[in-house]
Design a protein around this ligand. Structure first.
Ligand code: SAH
Length: 225
């Protein structure tokens, strides 16, 4: 797999953002059960330090969620890796992400060669994410909207990732999932959430399984500028 990345000097990194530090994160993810080498390679090449505030850049390659403003977070690398790995099992081409946030998860999907659509409800976060993705030369389609309605105009999608937690899976998103595809989403309240994978089978039936305990910010309704 060839990463489609335009590497500018700040994307190469130094010190706590250098390739050596990033490789250490990848080693840690491998030790904690991530097996898909394409996913590990995507994590290796996407400069996570450019998706957080400069003041947090030195912590970008710790395996932890970090604040991105508006009470939101960039997900923990292990969670990004696990969700991406689960998504890739059904070999998707066109995917939808709900909750663009910093744009990091979208960037990981784009580097894997997927056609990425992403929806974010907070306009300010989306503007920043678009700018970063553009600067890295990544082709991601994005929309400012309430992602609970999905993005039906471009559906159905071979895979859907939801990066904010809801008490139950969202029906509109299940409707936009192609047969043979899978939807990965955190389900639960603030106290307890699980990462769930819903697969849509050839006969149209759905199968649900729980992958791991996780912690996500809530999936909220409406939009903000
Ligand atoms: N995938 C992101 C993680 C962001 S955290 C990343 O890689 O950085 C979750 C994001 O979901 C937040 O930015 C939040 O604003 C957004 N969100 C919450 N509810 C949403 C909704 N209904 N529609 C779209 N985005 C939503």
């Amino acid at each position: 797999m060839t990463p489609r990345l335009r590497l500018q000097p700040e994307a190469v990194g130094m010190g706590m953002t250098s390739q050596r530090v990033r490789d250490r994160l990848v080693d840690r993810l491998r030790e904690s059960g991530i097996r898909n080498e394409n996913v590990l390679n995507a994590i290796r090449v996407v400069p996570r330090h450019l998706f957080v505030d400069e003041a947090l850049a030195t912590r970008a390659y710790e395996d932890t969620a970090l604040p991105i403003g508006h009470s939101q977070t960039i997900s923990q690398p292990w969670v990004v890796a696990r969700m991406t790995e689960a998504l890739l099992e059904t070999a998707p081409k066109k995917v939808l992400e709900i909750g663009t946030g910093s744009g990091y998860q979208a960037a990981v999907l784009a580097v894997l060669g997927l056609e990425v659509h992403t929806v974010e409800r907070i306009g300010d976060l989306l503007r920043q994410a678009r700018k970063r993705l553009r600067q890295l030369g990544m082709n991601v389609r994005s929309k400012h909207d309430d992602g609970r309605i999905g993005w039906p105009e471009h559906g159905p999608y071979d895979g859907i990732l939801v990066t904010a937690a809801a008490p139950a899976l969202v029906h509109a998103l299940i409707d936009q999932l192609a047969v043979g595809g899978s939807l990965i989403a955190p389900v639960g309240g603030p106290a307890s959430q699980s990462l769930v994978r819903l697969s849509k089978r050839d006969d149209g039936s759905v199968h649900e399984e729980t992958l791991a305990p996780v912690v996500f910010v809530p999936l909220l309704s409406g939009t903000l500028d």
